[in-house]
Design a protein around this ligand. Structure first.
Ligand SMILES: [Zn+2]
Ligand SMILES: [Zn+2]
Length: 546
C-alpha cells in the first residue's frame, strides 16, 4: 500500500481502506464494491451517484494494490410504480409518450419491470431497455461495472439460500423488523409472489412450504412506496418461491450477502430507514458484518430538483454531448454528503472551474487530496497537462462559425497556439463541438449572442473616436489577438476613456453584451472587414458626457 494512499483523506480512499479491512476480516482475497439501480425509467445524473462513486471506490482499492470487483444489480423485480410521460428512447433521446401509450402501460402498474414490455420495443423488457441505457451512459465516461439482473438471479435460484434462511428464522426476522415498522408483523411472511392471474407483485403471502419450495398467496393489492396504490385481482394460488421476490429491506441485505459486499454507496434517504434495519438484519439474523457505507446527497440542477416531468432530468447521455468524460466524472469526485448544484444553463462557469482545478494539479504544489481527485477522472491520468481552450470562449466563437472554422480562426488570431500536437488539437476541436452542442441544446439566454450589424450607437464622442482610431490602425496592419488587445488599451488611454468602460463598449457594440472572452483575441477571430467597418461607423447618441 502506497504511503500516498495511506495518508489520503480523500473520501474514496477512506472508504477503500475500510473496505479492504472489511474484506480481510471476512478472510476474502477480493474486495467487492456493489451498487444498485431500479430500471424504472430514465436515470438522471443524480441517480448515477450510486454506480460512479462505487466505481471510484473500486479504483481506489486497486490503487492500494488489492484485487477488487465492482458490481451493480438491476433491481428489475421491482414493480412498475408510475408510467412517466417522458422517457429516453433506445438512442437515449427523451421522448414524450403519446397519451394512449401511457394509458396502455398504466394497466401494467404493479407488475415487475422485468415482465413489462419495452415502451419503445427495442429490447426484451422495460427493465432491459433502461438498464442497457444506463450501462451505455456509464461506458461513455469509461465507468465499467458487472451488471446483474435480479430477476434472473431469482429465477435461477441464486436467492434460494437467503430465502430459506429468512423463512427458517422467521420469528427473529419479525422481531428485528418490528423495531423499524409500526405494522403488526406477527403473521407477516416476507415474500412477495407474482400473481399468476394478473402478473402483479402486490400480493400477500399466506403460508409457505420449504419442502416443495412453494408459497401460498393472495392477490390483495397494496400501496407501493407509501403512495402508489395498486389494485389486486383477488386471485388465491400457490406458486414457486422462485416466482417472486424478498421485500426490499430484506432483498438489500440478501444482495450484500450474495455478492460478499465490502462497500456500497447509497442515497441519504436510505440512511435512516432501510440501512438501519439492514444492519440489524445482517448482524442479528444472517450473522455477517454489513458493508462499509458511503452515503451521498442527490444533485440539484440549476438550483432545482431533477424530474423527468419538468424536463430537467439530465442523463449521462445528455451530458456526454456537452462535456468531456473527465469533466463529467469531476462532478462525482466531490464530497458525497453535500448538496451539489450542477449548473447546466451556465455550464461554462463549471467547466472553467474544472480547467482551473486541472491547472492546479500540474503546478507542482498540489496537495494529496487534489492529486487523488484528479486520478479518478481518467482510467490513466495524463502525465502532461492537456491544452484546454476555455469553454466560455469556445461557447462564444461557435455561435459565429462552425467548429472547424472556429478552430482555424482561433489559431490564426493567436488565441490557440499554432504548434499544438495532434492530441491537443483534437481535444480543442472536441471542446468546440461540445460547446456548440451546449449552445444549441441547453444554454441559458444570457449566453446566446449574435454579431451586431453596423451602425452601432455609443453615447460618448471620445469612445467613437477611440474605436475609429482602432479601426484605422487595424485596417492598415496584420494584427493578431495580443496586438489588437494592446491597441485597444492604447486607444482608450489616448482618448481618455476609462479602460473598463471602453472594453464594455467593445463587447456591447459587437455582441450586445457587457462581457465576453478577452476582447482583442476575440475580435481577431472575426472577419477583419466586419470589425473595421463596425468600429469606423459608430454613431453618437444622446448628450455627450465629460
Ligand atoms: Zn429498448
Ligand atoms: Zn392478481
Amino acid at each position: 500500500m502506497s504511503t500516498e494512499f495511506e495518508r489520503s483523506k480523500y473520501w474514496a480512499d477512506r472508504i477503500a481502506r475500510d473496505a479492504i479491512a472489511h474484506s480481510r476480516r471476512a478472510a476474502r482475497g477480493l474486495v467487492t464494491v456493489r451498487s444498485a439501480g431500479s430500471p424504472s425509467g430514465g436515470k438522471h445524473i443524480g441517480n448515477m451517484n450510486d454506480q460512479v462513486r462505487a466505481y471510484f471506490i473500486h479504483l481506489a482499492v486497486e490503487d492500494a494494490g488489492c484485487t477488487s470487483r465492482v458490481v451493480q444489480t438491476s433491481d428489475d423485480m421491482d414493480p412498475l410504480r408510475v408510467v412517466p410521460s417522458r422517457l429516453p428512447d433506445g438512442e437515449g433521446e427523451w421522448r414524450e409518450l403519446a397519451r394512449g401509450v401511457v394509458q396502455e402501460f398504466s394497466s401494467h402498474l404493479g407488475e415487475p419491470v422485468s415482465r413489462v414490455d419495452d415502451p419503445f420495443g427495442c429490447h426484451g423488457s422495460w427493465a432491459e431497455h433502461f438498464t442497457v441505457l444506463l450501462d451505455e451512459g456509464l461506458r461513455s465516461i469509461d465507468v465499467k461495472l458487472e451488471t446483474y439482473y435480479v430477476s434472473e438471479m431469482y429465477r435461477r435460484g441464486e436467492f434460494d439460500p437467503v430465502i430459506r434462511e429468512t423463512l427458517s428464522k422467521l420469528d427473529k426476522v419479525r422481531e428485528v423488523m418490528s423495531r423499524f415498522r409500526s405494522k403488526d408483523l406477527r403473521s407477516w411472511i416476507p415474500f412477495q409472489a407474482v400473481c399468476e392471474n394478473c402478473g402483479k407483485i402486490a400480493t400477500r403471502a399466506v403460508s409457505f412450504d420449504m419442502n416443495s419450495w412453494t408459497v401460498e398467496y393472495e392477490c390483495t393489492g397494496g400501496v407501493l412506496h407509501g403512495k402508489y396504490a395498486v389494485k389486486g385481482c383477488g386471485h388465491k394460488g400457490t406458486t414457486s418461491l422462485r416466482n417472486g421476490k424478498l421485500p426490499w429491506r430484506i432483498e438489500w441485505v440478501a444482495d450484500w450477502k450474495l455478492f460478499d459486499t465490502d462497500a456500497e454507496p447509497f442515497g441519504k434517504e436510505h440512511y435512516e430507514g432501510s440501512w438501519k434495519s439492514g444492519v440489524a438484519l445482517a448482524r442479528e439474523v444472517f450473522g455477517f458484518e454489513p458493508p462499509v457505507p458511503l452515503v451521498y446527497e442527490f444533485f440539484l440542477v440549476d438550483g432545482q430538483k431533477m424530474s423527468s416531468r419538468l424536463g430537467n432530468a439530465y442523463t449521462l447521455h445528455d451530458l456526454s454531448k456537452i462535456m468531456e468524460p473527465e469533466v463529467i466524472r469531476y462532478i462525482y469526485t466531490k464530497r458525497p454528503i453535500a448538496h451539489r448544484d450542477v449548473a447546466i444553463k451556465s455550464l461554462p462557469k463549471f467547466v472553467d472551474e474544472f480547467d482551473r482545478f486541472e491547472r492546479s494539479v500540474f503546478e507542482g504544489k498540489a496537495q494529496t487530496e487534489i492529486l487523488r481527485t484528479y486520478r479518478f477522472l481518467f482510467e490513466r491520468p495524463p502525465t502532461e497537462k492537456p491544452y484546454r481552450v476555455p469553454y466560455s470562449v469556445a461557447a462564444y466563437i461557435v455561435q459565429f462559425y462552425p467548429p472547424e472554422e472556429a478552430f482555424n480562426r482561433m489559431v490564426s488570431s493567436g488565441m490557440v497556439p499554432s504548434d499544438l500536437d495532434e492530441r491537443n488539437s483534437a481535444s480543442v476541436m472536441n471542446r468546440l463541438r461540445l460547446a456548440s452542442n451546449w449552445v444549441k441544446l441547453f444554454a441559458g439566454e444570457e449566453y446566446k449572442v449574435v454579431l451586431r450589424q453596423p451602425p452601432a450607437k455609443v453615447d460618448d464622442p471620445r469612445i467613437k473616436r477611440a474605436f475609429e482610431y482602432v479601426s484605422s490602425v487595424y485596417s492598415e496592419k496584420e494584427m493578431d489577438g495580443d496586438a489588437l488587445q494592446n491597441l485597444l488599451y492604447e486607444a482608450a488611454k489616448k482618448f481618455g476613456v476609462p479602460t473598463q468602460r471602453f472594453f464594455e463598449k467593445g463587447y456591447e457594440i459587437t455582441i450586445g453584451k457587457r462581457t465576453g472572452p478577452r476582447l482583442g483575441p476575440f475580435l481577431a477571430t472575426l472577419d477583419k472587414g466586419y470589425v473595421v467597418k463596425l468600429f469606423s461607423s459608430l454613431e453618437v447618441e444622446g448628450p455627450p458626457k465629460d
